[in-house]
Write a protein that binds this ligand. Structure first.
Ligand code: HEC
Ligand code: HEC
Length: 211
């Protein structure tokens, strides 16, 4: 019976707003990353595309995003993240980032765009799909473990992320709902929503090397 009541309380929690949820979680005795599990999965390989996969993501990038949610620099999360991270200490953040960034990278999506779609997309980007985004978002750039990471390494892996999540982020960059210091706006300006979806699907379907 206890299992039924636990399952019921999880379903109930899922239907509550994030703010109420954050207040409801009794996190005494939990590891700091366990409060993230409901949405992002305990190992960061989230099931629902609304919640980005954190598993194997670059440590410096995760850390920057958590701090951006805390400071209000990033607010495109519908308020869910801000309420989750506002009371985290720097030490909690270190532990959480270490937990998620060292989990095995998630599997790529089997839904690949067609070669024709990929070719058309490359044409929009001057024939250089890989170089245009890959210069910064390349899969193999490993994070130095000993030195403080350089700002350039606060660049996320796009490979094997949820396609719908990537689509939303690119759209948010385009509309300035999410700040971006990089070249996203000029790069995405010439793309329509259907092309952005194909670009997202393309990255979601690429395998990622372990961080
Ligand atoms: C109630 C659900 C929920 C919980 C619990 C939650 N998150 Fe999130 N998180 C989200 C949503 C939704 C987004 C994506 C927002 C968007 O669309 O931009 C997100 C985004 C993120 C991102 C950005 C990832 C990226 O690729 O840019 C990080 C990092 C993150 N969350 C960390 C955490 C951590 C750490 C915790 C626990 C302390 C946590 N989250 C708990 C809902 C949640
Ligand atoms: C000059 C380097 C650079 C280039 C070129 C670049 N990006 Fe980025 N990208 C970044 C940085 C830095 C971030 C993190 C921004 C932040 O801190 O919030 C980012 C974040 C993203 C995100 C959000 C991922 C997440 O987990 O939330 C997406 C999606 C993305 N870029 C897509 C692209 C695509 C597609 C292209 C090519 C059209 C591209 N980027 C080109 C540097 C770059």
């Amino acid at each position: 019976m206890i299992y039924y009541s636990q399952a019921f309380s999880i379903i109930l929690s899922l239907s509550l707003s994030a703010v109420a949820l954050a207040d409801m979680i009794d996190d005494s005795g939990l590891e700091p990353w366990e409060t993230c599990a409901l949405c992002h999965g305990l190992y960061g390989d989230s099931a629902r595309s609304k919640f980005p996969k954190l598993a194997g993501q670059k440590a410096s990038y995760l850390s920057k995003q958590i701090k951006d949610f805390q400071s209000g620099n990033r607010t495109n999360d519908g308020g869910q993240m801000q309420s989750m991270v506002e009371s985290l200490s720097n030490d909690d953040i270190k532990q959480i980032v270490n937990w998620f960034s060292t989990q095995p990278a998630p599997k790529a999506s089997p839904d690949k765009p067609t070669q024709t779609d990929i070719n058309n997309l490359a044409a929009v980007l001057g024939g250089k799909l890989e170089q245009t985004c890959g210069t910064c978002h390349q899969a193999a750039s490993a994070e130095p473990k000993t030195k403080a990471p350089a700002p350039a390494l606060q660049i996320p892996f796009l490979h094997a992320q949820h396609a719908d999540y990537l689509t939303k982020q690119m759209t948010d960059f385009k509309t300035s709902d999410r700040p971006s210091t990089s070249l996203h706006q000029p790069l995405l300006k010439s793309m329509n929503p259907a092309q952005i979806e194909i670009l997202a699907q393309y990255y979601a379907s690429l395998a990622r090397t372990q961080n």
